[in-house]
Design a protein. Sequence first.
Length: 202
Amino acid sequence: MTMQGWQKLRRLILLIIIGSSFAILLLGQSYWVADQFLHEFYELMGLVLIIVCIVGRTWCSLYIGGRKKQELVEIGPYSIMRNPLYSFSFLGAFGIGLQFGALMTGILAFIIAYGVFRFIVIREEEFLLKQFGGVYEDYLARVPRFWPNISLWTSPEQIEVQPKLVWRTFTDAMVFLVSIPLLETVERFQNIGAIPTYFFLY
């Protein structure tokens, strides 16, 4: 399968898992009632993580937009970790989970996102290894997969940017924000008893 095929599969798997998880979580409600400190704290922390995700993914696209299949990008965020776009997505997933007002849903969303992306990344690495050979093998050995090693940072003074692709990444990432009004609406329906609650989320 091509890299584009793996990326399409990744999106499909994510949609299925997110949809299924969301449907299940709709039957539960945060143990920490609205306006309680922990509930509001988790939601605020989730919002911050979602914003970091959007800004981070957009920043990464400045360096890699349109280049991933043509050349090996080893500068900017790609000099300190191999998959910064995915790493920022983990933060976004964690942030979405926290919008339930519970820490356990944030952790669950993070684990699901990590599991799916790790599976896809392994396939992408196999593709890139065939594409770039020894150069990519050296990159694999030197640069961490998801966790940044700041000491490796390197970046040229100028980079060529493709605004269309950067804008596309930004608008794609904005989808993370949709979780906020969506889950707030669900919470309101739960509070008035329109959606039954069968378990609590901590």
